[in-house]
Design a protein around this ligand. Structure first.
Ligand SMILES: *Cc1c(COP(=O)(O)O)cnc(C)c1O
Length: 416
């Protein structure tokens, strides 16, 4: 592969998604490689939010029925727009709550006291929620939370997950992509393995939605959750999404609330709960309109290009980045090289990752550090080009080969 600067520029010229970049706001002088943590501001998101603000000003309470789309069905309408990104029927997808709350909402519905299989490299909130759900039922997580271990510290063997399943397993809950190494799992394979043991299969798609195509319905996945502020670019703390396979429609949500009531009779204000006959039943309280509105806008580029084109460019960018990192001494790539096993970011491993991350940030390269030894670099395809990635490679090489990072303090606390 040609890794020269001229070649990077030539690739940008041939990139059919490069025009989208102008719709995002990246501060001058910054190389924004952190869209897997917080997607950047876009004109699309701003426009959608400002429409909602205008509707509030002009329509007041009438916005619930007269806004476009009407706020009353906002969660369902956003679910319709998200359905192609997760490969589900429109009725199976809705937005509401946060990812963590959605894990609670789904576990409180589907967990019934048996074993849950997870893995040790999970994003911690998933374990916190699952353990809490177990404890509420008087189940001891030390005995019933089966945590699949990593052999190498950065990836999980699917065969080990499948081996951990047994007749005792009630739910297999896995991420689609590991937040640190960026390993992508075969969701279809894991789902059918769970089903062979009569267990349910649930997934946390926080690191794949908007980066990788899914076919949740075809794969028969039982339920899934994700957030909208990473690759979906809907803004900090934006409303989360969830999917429930239609075969589970009609079950009473464990965290029932009036926003999940059958919409036709919600305002009859009955004292007993009739769940909506779709995934909308897992909403809880009134939708936070201003945390949801930006998503209508930020989904636009995905509707225009399709997730397949986004994924194709993402793989070209991460292939290219891996090639550049391979040329830098001391840096290891912790992300699987097989494109079918790779999400949207690349984990650069180095024992001085914390200080390298600090040095890169001081140069305007926005990346993040994840302990113990990973700098995550995310070339998100809607607003990152090949020349950007080439520049990141140059910065990284300089920071590492000149030991520039040594002038930065070692690790403190706070948000990284
Ligand atoms: C980012 C992320 C979350 C975040 O959960 P919130 O409730 O939105 O704070 C959860 N799970 C995974 C795997 C994530 O990557």
């Amino acid at each position: 592969m040609d890794t020269g600067e001229a070649d990077a520029r030539r690739r940008d010229e041939n990139d059919s998604l490069s025009h989208l970049r102008d719709r995002f706001h990246i501060p001058d002088g910054e190389l924004y490689m952190d869209g897997n943590s917080l997607g950047p501001f876009s004109e699309d998101a701003e426009q959608a939010l400002s429409n909602a603000v205008d509707e509030w000003r002009e329509q007041g309470i009438r916005g619930w029925t007269d806004a476009d789309p009407e706020w009353f069905h906002y969660g369902e309408r956003l679910g319709d727009r998200l359905a192609p990104l997760v490969g589900a029927r429109e009725s199976e997808v809705v937005v509401g709550n946060s990812t963590t709350v959605n894990i609670h909402a789904l576990f409180s519905t589907f967990y019934d006291g048996g074993e849950v299989v997870v893995n040790e490299l999970d994003f911690p909130t998933d374990h916190y929620a699952i353990r809490a759900q177990m404890e509420r039922r008087g189940v001891d997580p030390e005995e019933n939370l089966v945590v699949v271990e990593s052999r190498d510290g950065s990836t999980i063997e699917e065969a080990d997950v499948i081996d951990a399943l047994s007749a005792e397993t009630e739910i297999l809950f896995m991420p689609s992509v590991l937040y640190r190494s960026g390993q992508l799992f075969d969701i279809e394979r894991l789902t059918s393995a769970a089903h062979e043991h009569d267990a349910l299969a649930g997934f946390d798609l926080a690191h794949s939605v908007g980066a990788v195509p899914h076919e949740l319905s075809n794969w028969n996945v039982d339920f899934a959750v994700w957030c909208s502020y990473k690759y979906l670019n809907a803004g900090p703390g934006a409303i989360a999404g969830l999917y429930v396979n239609e075969r589970h429609f009609g079950e009473t949500p464990g965290l029932a609330g009036w926003w999940g009531h059958d919409k036709d009779t919600q305002f009859e204000m009955n004292a007993t709960f009739t769940p909506a006959e779709n995934a909308g039943a897992w909403q809880i309280g009134t939708i936070p309109v201003f945390s949801a509105a930006p998503l209508f806008g930020s989904l636009e580029p995905f509707s225009e290009t399709g997730i397949e084109a986004v994924r194709a460019k993402s793989l070209e960018l991460t292939d290219y980045l891996i090639e550049l990192v391979d040329e830098i001494p001391e840096c290891e790539v912790g992300t699987p090289r097989d494109p079918a096993r790779r999400g949207g970011h690349v984990a650069v491993e180095h024992e001085e990752a914390y200080r390298i991350n600090e040095a890169l940030k001081s140069r305007g390269v926005v990346v993040d550090f994840r302990p113990p030894n990973v700098v995550r670099v995310c070339p998100a395809p809607l607003y990152v080009g090949f020349h950007d990635v080439w520049q990141v490679g140059e910065h990284l090489r300089e920071v590492v080969t000149t030991n520039e990072y040594e002038s930065f303090d070692t690790r403190g606390g706070g948000v990284t």
